[in-house]
Design a protein around this ligand. Structure first.
Ligand SMILES: [Zn+2]
Length: 91
């Protein structure tokens, strides 16, 4: 896909805070939302549901999912829903 003739305005806040990750991790019952492994807060990675790189906000209420390191690095800049579907196909 070509992206020309417009600028992506990125949120100046790139990362979720530890507190935001903690709140989300409790909502997810302490599990990685993708693979379902148990996560400790120090291993939890705050991922964007819609990619920050594409100009979506680092908003914990609407755009945060907590993942393990492996899932987060697999997701990369893919939208989370798309990644999760792809993940399900693999297992
Ligand atoms: Zn995972």
């Amino acid at each position: 896909m070509m992206k020309t003739n417009y600028f992506i305005i990125r949120d100046s806040k790139r990362k979720f805070t530890k507190q935001e990750k903690f709140i989300q991790l409790v909502k997810q019952d302490g599990l990685c939302d993708c693979c379902g492994d148990y996560l400790l807060l120090e291993n939890a990675i705050g991922g964007h549901i819609l990619s920050w790189a594409d100009g979506n906000k680092t908003d914990a209420k609407t755009n945060l999912v907590v993942l393990c390191y492996d899932c987060n690095s697999e997701q990369s800049d893919m939208p989370y829903d798309e990644f999760k579907n792809k993940y399900k196909d693999l297992i």
